[in-house]
Design a protein around this ligand. Sequence first.
Ligand code: HEM
Length: 122
Amino acid sequence: HNTADDALYQDLGERTGIADMVEDLMYRIVEDERIAFQFKGIDVVQFHTNLTDQICEISGGPCTYTGRPMADVHDGMNVTETQFNALAEQLVLAMEENGISTSAQNRLLKRLVELHPRITHR
Ligand code: HEM
Protein backbone atom coordinates (compact mmCIF):
# COMPACT_ATOMS: atom_id res chain seq x y z
CA HIS A 1 0.00 0.00 0.00
CA ASN A 2 1.13 3.56 -0.58
CA THR A 3 1.73 6.36 1.88
CA ALA A 4 1.79 10.06 1.01
CA ASP A 5 5.54 10.24 0.46
CA ASP A 6 6.85 6.78 -0.29
CA ALA A 7 8.52 7.61 -3.61
CA LEU A 8 11.99 6.76 -2.29
CA TYR A 9 10.66 3.53 -0.75
CA GLN A 10 9.27 2.56 -4.15
CA ASP A 11 12.54 3.47 -5.89
CA LEU A 12 14.44 1.21 -3.49
CA GLY A 13 12.23 -1.72 -4.50
CA GLU A 14 10.03 -1.75 -1.39
CA ARG A 15 10.93 -3.89 1.63
CA THR A 16 12.10 -6.82 -0.49
CA GLY A 17 14.49 -4.64 -2.49
CA ILE A 18 15.79 -3.02 0.70
CA ALA A 19 16.26 -6.44 2.37
CA ASP A 20 18.28 -7.63 -0.66
CA MET A 21 20.57 -4.61 -0.66
CA VAL A 22 21.10 -4.84 3.12
CA GLU A 23 22.09 -8.50 2.68
CA ASP A 24 24.64 -7.52 0.03
CA LEU A 25 25.85 -4.70 2.29
CA MET A 26 26.50 -7.24 5.05
CA TYR A 27 28.62 -9.45 2.75
CA ARG A 28 30.58 -6.34 1.77
CA ILE A 29 31.12 -5.25 5.40
CA VAL A 30 32.68 -8.64 6.25
CA GLU A 31 35.12 -8.23 3.32
CA ASP A 32 36.07 -4.64 4.21
CA GLU A 33 39.03 -4.64 6.59
CA ARG A 34 38.35 -1.01 7.55
CA ILE A 35 35.13 -2.00 9.34
CA ALA A 36 34.75 -5.80 9.54
CA PHE A 37 36.28 -5.98 13.03
CA GLN A 38 33.55 -3.75 14.43
CA PHE A 39 30.90 -6.28 13.42
CA LYS A 40 32.54 -9.40 14.88
CA GLY A 41 30.07 -11.52 16.83
CA ILE A 42 26.93 -9.51 16.10
CA ASP A 43 23.52 -11.14 15.72
CA VAL A 44 23.35 -11.04 11.91
CA VAL A 45 19.64 -11.85 11.66
CA GLN A 46 18.78 -9.07 14.10
CA PHE A 47 21.09 -6.60 12.33
CA HIS A 48 19.60 -7.48 8.94
CA THR A 49 16.01 -7.14 10.16
CA ASN A 50 16.58 -3.91 12.05
CA LEU A 51 18.62 -2.12 9.38
CA THR A 52 16.07 -3.19 6.74
CA ASP A 53 13.19 -1.84 8.86
CA GLN A 54 15.09 1.37 9.54
CA ILE A 55 15.80 2.05 5.86
CA CYS A 56 12.21 1.08 5.01
CA GLU A 57 10.85 3.58 7.53
CA ILE A 58 13.32 6.34 6.65
CA SER A 59 12.45 6.01 2.96
CA GLY A 60 8.74 6.47 3.64
CA GLY A 61 7.72 2.81 3.67
CA PRO A 62 5.17 1.10 5.92
CA CYS A 63 7.68 -0.23 8.45
CA THR A 64 8.40 0.57 12.07
CA TYR A 65 11.96 0.39 13.31
CA THR A 66 11.98 -1.63 16.54
CA GLY A 67 15.75 -1.76 17.13
CA ARG A 68 17.62 0.22 19.76
CA PRO A 69 18.20 3.99 19.43
CA MET A 70 21.14 4.79 17.13
CA ALA A 71 23.19 6.51 19.84
CA ASP A 72 22.80 3.55 22.23
CA VAL A 73 23.66 0.96 19.58
CA HIS A 74 26.89 2.65 18.52
CA ASP A 75 27.91 3.81 21.99
CA GLY A 76 31.41 2.65 22.94
CA MET A 77 32.34 1.60 19.38
CA ASN A 78 34.33 4.76 18.65
CA VAL A 79 33.20 4.73 15.02
CA THR A 80 35.57 7.04 13.08
CA GLU A 81 34.76 9.24 10.09
CA THR A 82 36.76 6.83 7.93
CA GLN A 83 34.68 3.90 9.16
CA PHE A 84 31.42 5.78 8.64
CA ASN A 85 32.46 6.68 5.09
CA ALA A 86 33.59 3.10 4.42
CA LEU A 87 30.14 1.80 5.35
CA ALA A 88 28.47 4.47 3.22
CA GLU A 89 30.75 3.49 0.32
CA GLN A 90 29.81 -0.19 0.69
CA LEU A 91 26.13 0.77 0.84
CA VAL A 92 26.47 2.66 -2.45
CA LEU A 93 28.15 -0.37 -4.05
CA ALA A 94 25.41 -2.66 -2.70
CA MET A 95 22.75 -0.34 -4.13
CA GLU A 96 24.62 -0.22 -7.44
CA GLU A 97 24.70 -4.03 -7.43
CA ASN A 98 20.92 -4.05 -6.95
CA GLY A 99 20.19 -1.64 -9.79
CA ILE A 100 19.09 1.26 -7.59
CA SER A 101 19.16 4.55 -9.51
CA THR A 102 21.77 7.19 -8.65
CA SER A 103 18.96 9.57 -7.68
CA ALA A 104 17.49 7.10 -5.19
CA GLN A 105 20.97 6.31 -3.83
CA ASN A 106 21.61 9.98 -3.14
CA ARG A 107 18.21 10.58 -1.56
CA LEU A 108 18.76 7.68 0.85
CA LEU A 109 22.30 8.81 1.70
CA LYS A 110 21.00 12.28 2.51
CA ARG A 111 18.57 10.83 5.04
CA LEU A 112 21.16 8.47 6.54
CA VAL A 113 23.76 11.22 6.93
CA GLU A 114 21.38 12.91 9.37
CA LEU A 115 22.08 9.98 11.72
CA HIS A 116 25.84 10.62 11.57
CA PRO A 117 26.14 12.47 14.92
CA ARG A 118 24.42 9.56 16.67
CA ILE A 119 26.84 7.01 15.19
CA THR A 120 30.41 8.39 15.12
CA HIS A 121 32.77 9.25 18.01
CA ARG A 122 30.60 7.58 20.63
C1 HEM B 1 24.55 5.33 8.06
C2 HEM B 1 25.24 4.62 8.90
C3 HEM B 1 24.68 3.59 9.85
C4 HEM B 1 23.39 3.22 10.10
C5 HEM B 1 22.11 3.76 9.49
C6 HEM B 1 23.45 2.17 11.09
C7 HEM B 1 22.33 1.52 11.59
C8 HEM B 1 22.37 0.44 12.44
C9 HEM B 1 21.22 -0.33 12.86
C10 HEM B 1 19.78 -0.06 12.45
C11 HEM B 1 21.64 -1.31 13.68
C12 HEM B 1 20.79 -2.39 14.38
C13 HEM B 1 20.41 -1.92 15.78
C14 HEM B 1 19.71 -2.98 16.60
O1 HEM B 1 19.74 -4.17 16.24
O2 HEM B 1 19.10 -2.65 17.66
C15 HEM B 1 23.08 -1.17 13.77
C16 HEM B 1 23.90 -1.99 14.51
C17 HEM B 1 25.26 -1.96 14.47
N1 HEM B 1 26.05 -1.01 13.85
FE1 HEM B 1 25.40 0.52 12.72
N2 HEM B 1 24.75 1.94 11.43
C18 HEM B 1 25.53 2.77 10.69
C19 HEM B 1 26.90 2.86 10.72
C20 HEM B 1 27.72 2.01 11.40
C21 HEM B 1 29.17 2.03 11.33
C22 HEM B 1 29.98 2.99 10.47
C23 HEM B 1 29.61 1.02 12.14
C24 HEM B 1 31.02 0.57 12.44
C25 HEM B 1 32.01 0.65 11.57
C26 HEM B 1 28.45 0.39 12.72
C27 HEM B 1 28.48 -0.69 13.58
C28 HEM B 1 27.36 -1.36 14.03
C29 HEM B 1 27.43 -2.60 14.82
C30 HEM B 1 28.70 -3.34 15.24
C31 HEM B 1 26.11 -2.97 15.09
C32 HEM B 1 25.63 -4.19 15.89
C33 HEM B 1 25.50 -3.81 17.34
C34 HEM B 1 24.91 -4.91 18.19
O3 HEM B 1 24.06 -5.69 17.70
O4 HEM B 1 25.28 -4.98 19.37
N3 HEM B 1 27.33 1.02 12.26
N4 HEM B 1 23.49 -0.10 13.02
